[in-house]
Write a protein that binds this ligand. Sequence first.
Ligand code: S3P
Length: 435
Amino acid sequence: MSGSNETWISARSGALGGEIRVPGDKSISHRAVMFAALADGMSTIRGFLEGEDTRATARAFEAMGVQIEQPSASERVVHGVGLHGLNAPAAAIDCGNAGTGMRLLTGILAGQAFDTTLTGDESLSRRPMRRVIEPLTRMGARIDAQDGGLPPLRVHGGRALAGIDYALPVASAQVKSALLLAGLYAKGETTVREPHPTRDYTERMLAAFGWPVAFSAGEARVSGGSQLRATAVVVPADFSSAAFFLVAASIVPGSDLLVREVGINPRRTGLLDALKRMGADITLERPRELGGEAVADLRVRHAKLRGIDVPVALVPDMIDEFPILFVAAAAAEGTTRVTGAAELRVKESDRIAVMARGLRTLGIAIEETPDGAVVEGGRFSGGDVGSAGDHRCAMSFAVAGLIADGDVRIGDCANVATSFPGFVELANGCGFRLK
Ligand code: S3P
């Protein structure tokens, strides 16, 4: 999809309001399909993200012989084949735009009896895979990549894996998860230690599927030789999708918006913390549990934002939210500094470069640093910006358009469908003027 040419125009709006629910969590949806496919018995998934990324993961398992039904939109019934029940796919598996899909699958495929090739779109084909290849190789896997450790990957089967004790050089839930998933197939214990705690969905879902797992902030441990048991998964709304609306309603005067049933796992909500430090008016209503995850309705009202130094400790908990944080910073009064976020350069795009280029076009003073940016709050002008085919950059520029003095034209927006199908309709429903 990247490279296809959907252009959006975002115009200045009036106050935003109403109640919305954004689509299901992407991280949880990927994992739900994977675990359900590898479990014994029939699992159900409610609230599944109907995005291109997660559908690609479902197709990958169908290609390996897993029967997946779709009784209604956002619902899946997965007929699990057991840990050793996958079959060799007839062709290469296309992971689309999804880093999570490719990295977690690599861990699973390392434990299979057959060889598989994993491919991805233009963006995914530029993303670093050595971070999973290196530790998986130490476990006994054999994985061939292109020069520089890039996809396509050839994951060889029939290898005996052994557990490892591995300290991640970079905080990454994807790498942690790939190793834990390979650990299910390995002899002995696999321990993963993180420099900063990252989202713990893999650990929590292993437990929900009945696999013994020990985990605490920054450390997780599994042993091979157990069994996943089918279960019912309920997926909360994705905090990262809600994030665009939290910032939108914060910066548009008069706004009062309710975003319902949002997952508030603390490893995801760093942006809430950052926005509150900036002066945002966001309250958590009806905090409760949904399918074992904490959720709440988030009420956000317009507030005057001020620039902050984003605490480095918050970075992993808001790693997907920097494109929209940069927009909030540009709309705030004063200076915002982001450091310790070099990972942004290897996401679906180089998110520091893409956002800096676009915001500068809109008249904002923003200086790139190797691991972050310094943003001076100001006024947005209209202008033509590129999203580099990055879903989160596209939606972030759409939010900037709400308070811009002229139309903001955003190129290459088709990839929004990877994580947020229906964004334009939902946004316009609460007051955006997006075409
Ligand atoms: C994800 C982990 C994060 C995040 C990505 C989803 C996951 O990536 O940016 O959108 O589902 O595990 P990293 O592991 O590369 O930090």
